[in-house]
Design a protein around this ligand. Structure first.
Ligand code: CTP
Length: 447
């Protein structure tokens, strides 16, 4: 019996896939098809897949050509599959010609001619129009956003708006996009909005964007008052629009893997979470001088609250803030202590005090530790009572990591999926509520 194997994502199943599978089956007697997992596609930089794994598997199955379907979850798996399944022929389309010659030592490698003028990429672009992004605010974060957005297919950065026209023009020239002098012109030229303006302006810009029928991705902290967060989410829901808070950690693959393991029971019941993030800031910056909205907690609090709320939820029983203040009264270092029915947590951040910057999650059977920069999680360890037993996990984190949230945002738009489990509306609202309590306690309630 001649055994053949082939692999693919098989997103938006099309004629090219069908013809490939048919010819692959004809090469032998038994065909195994490997379908990539979402995590593997993300790891290899393919961020735009629309169909979920089970849909892609079902589409392959329904052709009737596959005798067996397996999932492909890591690079290097092809080699071991060839051994494991005793494969005679490995085959893929001719777009890969030469790419798998290294397998020739183990089996025959056949490149089948690719079907012309059809691909998942093409279908994604024709079925789903490119979303033109407009950026509000043209500072440092926006500078990081543009190159990341260029790596996500299905979006294009159209232009930028800043009430300071000079800044918008400079930014637009740098990235070769349009600069808009007025908000009306801006909204009429774009499909979705990315808000990267100062914290206190988010609420008004979100409202304006939603009123113009635009989906919104907004930088953290999305809102500084609970009622404002609730209002804009309600508004988005009523209009059938997506509103998503940008906290890059929430969307990155490593952090999601860490949460999965933390909540799997392997460290028992979780009783304590400690999250810390410090980043020393120069004295003259906006973060260190804005008397109402500056300081450590408004700047970094979203990152450190995230693991606490993801693990223990939003129904804390007690909350306490302790801060170290600078001469101008802004918090240089803030520790938030949470008490929950089942555990306790601290979220610590600093712009003027340096600390360890680690994430610790302690349970009744063991603990997880992720060192700084855990907010861009690439590695973490699970420790147990037996000191020599350590499970080690690593995960990819590409570039500045904004590509993960942009592709998540696009996925939600294309799927018309208004619920985002990676950062829920409830979690964003809770964060806004905690920010509000903090600013109240500091005596700087603002607008
Ligand atoms: N394939 C083919 N002819 C096409 C498209 C794909 O023969 N027109 C083959 C590929 O060479 C591969 C298999 O189908 O062996 C699965 O390819 P996949 O990457 O899932 O499909 P693409 O349409 O190429 O996807 P994308 O545009 O996302 O790269």
């Amino acid at each position: 019996m001649i055994k053949v194997i082939t692999y693919g994502t098989f997103d938006l199943f099309h004629e090219g896939h069908y013809r490939l599978l048919k010819r692959a089956k004809a090469l032998g007697d038994y065909l195994i098809v490997g379908v990539t997992t979402e995590a593997y596609d993300i790891a290899r930089g393919k961020l735009n897949v629309i169909d979920d794994l089970m849909v892609r598997i079902e589409n392959v199955r329904s052709t009737g050509f596959a005798d067996e379907i397996i999932i492909e979850e890591t690079s290097g798996q092809k080699f071991s599959d060839i051994k494991k399944y005793n494969i005679d022929i490995f085959t893929v389309g001719s777009d890969w010609t030469g790419g798998f010659d290294y397998l020739k030592d183990y089996c025959k490698v056949v490149y089948l001619e690719r079907t012309k003028n059809i691909s998942s990429t093409m279908l994604r672009e024709t079925n789903k129009p490119i979303q033109r992004i407009g950026i509000i605010g043209t500072g440092r974060i926006a500078d990081r956003f543009v190159p990341e957005a260029r790596l996500v297919s299905g979006v294009s950065t159209q232009g930028a708006y800043n009430p300071n026209t000079e800044s918008a023009v400079r930014f637009a020239a740098k990235w070769e996009i349009e600069a808009y002098k007025g908000l009306e012109d801006f909204f009429s030229a774009i499909d979705v909005v990315y808000i990267a303006s100062p914290h206190e302006t988010h609420y008004e810009y979100i409202k304006a964007s939603l009123a113009h029928g635009k989906h919104v991705l907004c930088e953290k902290p999305m809102a500084l008052k609970k009622a404002q967060a609730e209002e804009v989410f309600r508004e988005a829901k009523e209009r059938g629009l997506i509103l998503l808070e940008e906290i890059k950690t929430a969307y990155c693959p490593g952090f999601n893997k860490l949460l999965g393991i933390a909540c799997s029971g392997s460290i028992g019941s979780i009783r304590n979470v400690e999250a810390c993030f410090t980043k020393l800031e120069k004295p003259g910056t906006r973060e260190m001088t804005n008397q109402v909205y500056g300081g450590s907690f408004t700047e970094l609090g979203s990152y450190v609250m995230l693991p606490v709320l993801k693990i223990f939820g939003t129904a804390y029983q007690d909350l306490r803030f302790d801060s170290i203040h600078g001469e101008n009264g802004l918090d240089l270092f803030t520790k938030v202590s949470f008490v929950y029915p089942a555990g306790i947590a601290t979220a610590t951040c600093g712009l003027g005090v340096k600390s360890d910057g680690r994430l610790l999650i302690a349970g009744t059977k063991g603990y997880i530790i992720a060192e700084a920069p855990w907010w861009k999680t690439t590695y973490f360890e699970v420790h147990y009572e037996e000191a020599n037993r350590v499970d080690r996990y690593s995960e990819i984190f590409l570039g500045d990591g904004l590509r993960y949230e942009i592709s998540n945002f696009l996925y939600m738009i294309n799927k018309s999926n208004k619920d985002n489990f990676k950062l829920t509306r409830g979690e964003s609202v809770a964060m806004a509520g905690i920010m509000e309590k903090f600013l109240d306690q500091e005596g700087r309630s603002g607008q």
